[in-house]
Design a binder for this molecule. Structure first.
Ligand SMILES: [Zn+2]
Ligand SMILES: [Zn+2]
Length: 283
């Protein structure tokens, strides 16, 4: 832990009830309580949407897919009466990641939005920003070194972006996080491409679960990166018969060669993985 703290010099952010930092002891924050962490890679068609529920019951949604489909998918993992999500993390403002988040902000009470601060000319982005402002949602622009404590011992370490890049290419400021619970971790890559992968090769990214970058596109999942992560499970979020040809056959071949179990939302629907802090299980 000490090494990690020194390396990242983390800036801490607490979620929800943990917001009152003064009353929470560090051991309570970091101690994983033996409960289950649930990570559901939802089937939103061509796009990403990942629902996380910590053992403390805090809920986080990483991206929302392209449209309303996220709402019906969420009803599989959340009870119908639950109308709040503690935090939403937007990896980058592309349609296939932000479209569904607009629907989420309209219908759910959300406390926090985490993003890179990048903008987009996309209509959905304007709507997203308007809802964040109207609903007084706390927006935090995250950078490498931020540790977001999710409750129950689970936390995000923000690996990218390191600095804000003024670029037309919205992949430049991709938010990449590692979700840690006990000795298990999930690497959440958004649409990270090879250049992002190389930036974090020296980090502790040896995780059991890899959310394969950019829907399995040929621009991602380099051999060196797959070797560094050496996941047991790789999850690809892509739409059935999508027009981009995701996932790319060479990426599937590289994963297969690494003896990784591959799960695809375009084939299996939602992929739900649980962690007890020691091992991960596909439900
Ligand atoms: Zn993208
Ligand atoms: Zn995408």
């Amino acid at each position: 832990m000490r090494k990690l703290l020194e390396r990242y010099r983390p800036k801490y952010i607490f979620l929800g009830a943990l917001g009152v930092a003064a009353v929470v002891t560090w051991s309570a924050v970091f101690h994983f309580d033996g409960g289950r962490l649930t990570v559901a890679f939802l089937d939103v068609g061509q796009g990403d949407a990942i629902f996380i529920e910590t053992p403390a019951g805090n809920q986080v949604l990483i991206d929302g897919g392209p449209n309303k489909k996220v709402l019906s998918e969420l009803s599989r993992v959340m009870p119908f009466y639950d109308r709040s999500i503690d935090a939403v993390l937007l990896t980058h403002p592309h349609q296939d990641h932000i479209g569904g988040l607009v629907e989420i902000l309209k219908r759910y009470n959300v406390d926090f939005v985490f993003d890179s601060g990048d903008g987009a000319s996309l209509a959905e982005f304007g709507e997203f920003k308007k809802l964040v402002s109207e609903k007084n949602i706390k927006e935090v622009k995250v950078r490498r070194g931020y540790r977001i404590l999710l409750g129950g011992g689970a936390y995000f370490d923000v690996l990218l972006p390191e600095v804000f890049n003024d670029s037309e290419n919205q992949h430049q400021n991709m938010v990449v996080v590692r979700l840690t619970y006990g000795s298990t971790c999930f690497l959440m890559t958004g649409d990270a491409e090879r250049e992002h992968e190389f930036k974090i090769l020296g980090d502790d990214i040896d995780c059991q679960v890899l959310k394969v970058g950019h829907h399995g596109s040929k621009t991602s999942s380099s051999e060196a990166f797959l070797k560094a992560v050496s996941p047991e499970i790789a999850v690809i979020q892509a739409g059935a018969k999508n027009r981009y040809g995701h996932p790319y056959q060479a990426v599937l071949d590289r994963l297969t060669a690494s003896a990784v179990q591959i799960f695809r939302t375009d084939i299996s629907g939602a992929v739900i993985i649980e962690s007890n802090g020691k091992n991960v299980f596909v439900k």
